[in-house]
Design a protein around this ligand. Structure first.
Ligand code: DMJ
Length: 867
């Protein structure tokens, strides 16, 4: 045995609640497959088919790993498009992403235990020898403490765990003498200086050679770190302590966790995304289960499983209750503010949260796990991969996809929990998509844009550490793996740590930590890590019955986006029209424009001009009661036939829209309750539905930040009645002004909402010159066409138009995402047109067309005058 001084079953006391081996065994039960209970639903997959898919995973791994070893090693990562190694300093910096690269052959270390899981024992033996021979952990490189911990320390410990397992079996690794563990210990000591803060939270970065704060270190001045960065150390650090007997690692990681726990927001029991490592103040107060926080929660529950410390379970359960109360809006998981947890902080989700259903399986909360997983799967079916971020109506918010494994992870755990062959089919789709869209001759390339299928020259090490492990395990039967996977726990990077560590070297005294141990009541253990055979005894269709109502949640919300051309040809569906293919003479293309509310006018000099048509709702405003609009209005007579003003917060926008619509309002304006918020400084904001059907909502809705909303509120205070015009971005004409105004182009961000009082018109509209509104006949010139609804307010009292940057959203009935209409390969968030639309347009089509004809006539007149 190693210098750890403790082998299987050794160690001192065990937790009060139960012999720890029992807890570990319970944990293992989480992974017990329930295949035997299947009777109907998705067709069962034959052993042959599963083996075929397993072999396919092996072949894919060989392709990725083989190319890394051949063309990149000893570099940290493979660049699969240019087929060479990524060496830090030699490639243009990618910012924080590069902090994972420490010139320590990252991909090789991260792949070690995957080799054993995939039954490539010989290759594992070779890989370990290479690590011992080639890897230097003393480079003058600034690395991320978090990434180095989960990938390198975790990789070395996972490799060590399986090396000693193999050695014990007596065939492979007979020469092994804990060398990987020695390296892990060396690395552990290198990371310790990062914890030299008063809080005990680690600095986010460290120089492997010089540590922190020396001039040569080039780091140590940071003040903030992410919660996950500080809270995802305990498994690796405790394993290192327990393997080696050096308690300091576990102590440091516990101290950081204790501090985070103390700093949780006490009324919501949530944590923010980033924290000041010196003061403990929350720097970012938004809270979710994805980027920046994710593995903090994961490690609390897994620390309970691995270390047998009930206080971790208690903390996890407290947070979990808060997550389910505020963040979980099944099937969505939406970020909220820690101080105002009823307020959504975002209307989009990030891809990292896809791990959460897997964690919910470990917690034993299967229903929401199935729901969220199903929602994510539908997003994947729509875009082939999970985009880095997607909106609540499942549009792409950030189109990149670096081959993240979280969804495969959750698929694996859900399959183990339910035994439902549906999840095998899901895995099969993942394999197909990877081969079809990400595979390149020299490995697998990250997707730069899931909508266009473009690639990035990048294959992250976690792709080998995690993706292949989860996919292989999904299709593997017990006999396909040379050891019992249920004796191990997966770290966040899917490295394997043996559960027997729970009873080994338990020398870290809880007195060293700030939190007191209290005996937990039994409710804390309810469903934690349940026996799945108890969960699904009589109802093999349980999972299916939960998925069924969500079957069309994505398509219903918005029709499928980009269909690859070849795919659509195969399916007979029409491929989307790309801007570069647009022909001004093609009636079908014009029809598409028309549906977008855009008309095209041929000018005499051969240019074409685009006109976007306003969709307008005009009316007097009235405040709703209750002002938040979250329940039936008590003043329907006041809002009937008017545009209702409602305060943001406390319920979904859809709920507000329904309540004012039921009271007879013809539109709604939601005003941000965050005092001081303004479109000048606030990021793009979108209103969203709650993921459910919103077809019943037919009135237009508009969101205004507090500064802009204040203009309306001030006007109400000053004048008895205030009339507003809700309209699309295009210039709208007040009848009185119509003659004076020129039509505008779609680029115009100027006024569309006018505030007028009975006695005085407050409105003033800036106009673009007609030249500015013209576009030339190159089809690319169509790209700025934007059918988003928006509004702006302009007041004569203001020097500049305060609404120039106003971000607003109209809840109209059509998906305004250009993906389906006119695709111009968007690159940026803004290009992806993430504004949400739901409900129905208020204006009947006839009147839209009438407006349209008027516009065309106006243009024709102008055309004559000008040319
Ligand atoms: C991995 O390195 C780990 O799973 C981490 O916890 C978060 N993200 C990446 C993969 O997406």
């Amino acid at each position: 045995m190693s210098e750890a001084g403790g082998g299987r079953g050794s160690g001192s006391s065990v937790p009060q609640r139960a012999p720890w081996s029992l807890v570990a065994a319970t944990a293992a039960l989480c992974l017990v497959s329930a295949t035997s209970v299947w009777t109907a639903g998705a067709a069962p997959m034959s052993r042959e088919e599963k083996q075929k898919l397993g072999n396919q995973v092996l072949e894919m791994f060989d392709h990725a790993y083989g190319n890394y070893m051949e063309h990149a090693y000893p570099a940290d990562e493979l660049m699969p498009l240019t087929c060479r190694g990524r060496i830090r300093g030699q490639e243009p910096s990618r910012g924080d992403v590069d902090d994972a690269l420490g010139k320590f052959s990252l991909t090789l270390i991260d792949s070690l235990d995957t080799l054993v899981v995939l039954n490539k024992t010989k290759e594992f033996e070779d890989a370990v020898r290479k690590v011992l021979r080639d890897v230097n952990l003393d480079n003058d490189v600034v690395v991320s403490v978090f990434e180095t911990n989960i990938r390198v320390l975790g990789g070395l410990l996972g490799g060590h765990s399986l090396a000693i397992m193999l050695k014990e079996k007596g065939e492979y690794m007979q020469w092994y003498n804990d060398e990987l563990l020695q390296m892990a210990k060396q690395l552990g000591y290198k990371l310790l200086p990062a914890f030299n803060t008063t809080s005990g939270l680690p600095y986010p970065r460290i120089n492997l050679k010089f540590g922190i704060r020396k001039p040569e270190a080039r780091t140590g001045t940071e003040t903030d770190t992410c919660t996950a960065c500080a809270g995802t150390l305990i498994l690796e650090f405790a394993a290192l302590s327990r393997f080696t007997g050096a308690t300091i690692f576990e102590e440091y990681a516990r101290k950081a966790l204790d501090f985070l726990w103390e700093k949780r927001q006490r009324s919501s029991n949530l944590v923010g995304v980033t924290i000041n490592i010196h003061t403990g103040d929350w720097v970012r107060k938004d809270s979710g289960v994805g980027a920046g926080i994710d593995s903090y929660y994961e490690y609390l529950l897994k620390a309970y499983v691995l270390l047998g410390d009930d206080s971790f379970l208690e903390r996890f359960n407290t947070h979990y209750d808060a997550i389910m109360r505020y963040i979980s809006q099944p099937p969505l998981l939406l970020d909220v503010h820690i101080h105002k947890p009823m307020l959504n902080a975002r209307t989009w989700m990030d891809a990292l949260l896809a791990f959460f259903p897997g964690l919910q399986v470990l917690k034993g909360d299967i229903r929401p796990a199935i729901e969220t997983h199903e929602m994510l799967y539908q997003v994947i079916k729509k875009h082939n991969f999970l985009p880095e971020a997607f909106t609540t109506d499942f549009r792409v918010h950030w189109a990149q996809h670096p081959l993240r494994p979280e969804f495969a992870e959750s698929t694996y755990f859900l399959y183990k929990a339910t035994g439902d062959p549906y999840y095998l089919e899901v895995g099969k789709t993942l394999i197909e998509n990877l081969n079809k869209y990400a595979r390149v001759p020299c490995g697998f390339a990250a997707m730069k844009d899931v909508r266009t299928g473009s690639h990035e020259d990048r294959m992250d090490s976690f792709f080998l550490a995690e993706m292949f492990k989860y996919l292989y395990l999904l299709f593997a039967d017990k006999e396909d793996i040379i050891f019992d996977i249920e004796d191990y726990i997966f770290t966040t990077e899917a490295h394997l740590l043996p559960l027997w560590l729970s009873t080994t070297n338990q020398r870290v005294s809880k007195k060293n930590t700030t939190s007191e141990y209290t005996e937990l009541d039994d409710s804390n253990f309810d469903w934690t890590c349940p026996n799945t055979q108890i969960l699904f005894p009589n109802d093999p269709l349980y999972a299916q019955s939960i998925r069924e109502p969500l079957k069309n949640v994505v398509d219903k919300s918005c029709p499928r986006g980009i269909i690859r051309v070849e795919e659509s040809l195969r399916s007979g569906a029409k491929p989307p029209l790309r801007a570069r293919d647009f022909m001004a003479t093609n009636p079908e293309h014009l029809e598409i424009l028309k549906k977008m509310g855009v008309s095209l006018i041929h000018l005499k000099d051969g240019r074409v001009q685009l006109v976007q048509h306003a969709i307008q709702t005009r009316g007097f405003v009235a405040s709703s009661k209750p002002y938040n609009g979250c329940s039936e209005l008590t003043n329907p007579e006041a809002v009937m036939g008017k545009i209702a003003l409602i305060q943001r917060g406390q319920c979904m926008f859809a709920e507000k829209a329904r309540n004012i619509q039921n009271a007879g309002a013809i539109g709604g304006i939601v005003i941000d309750d965050n005092e001081g918020s303004s479109s000048d400084t606030a990021p793009l904001f979108q209103m969203a539905g709650d993921g459910k059907d919103t077809d019943d909502i037919t009135i237009p809705m508009l969101f205004l930040f507090s500064k802009e909303g204040g203009i309306i509120l001030d006007a109400i205070r000053e004048y008895e009645e205030v009339e507003v015009l809700l309209s699309d971005k295009a210039k709208d004409r007040d009848p009185e002004m119509e003659n004076e105004e020129q039509p505008s182009s779609e680029n115009d961000s100027q006024s569309a909402e006018q505030i007028a009082s009975r006695s005085q018109e407050i409105d003033l509209v800036d106009q673009e010159s007609p030249e500015e509104s013209s576009v030339n006949s190159h089809p690319e010139a169509l790209s700025p066409v934007d059918t988003d609804s928006a509004a702006s307010v302009s007041s004569s009292e203001q020097d500049s138009n305060p609404m120039e940057n106003l971000e607003t959203t109209s809840l109209d009935g059509e998906c305004t995402d250009l993906d389906n209409q006119l695709q111009e390969q968007p690159e940026t968030e803004e290009d992806s047109n993430p504004n949400v639309s739901w409900g129905k347009k208020a204006q009947p089509i006839d009147s839209i067309l009438a407006d349209w004809n008027e516009d065309i006539e106006a243009f024709e007149m102008m055309d004559k005058d000008e040319l």
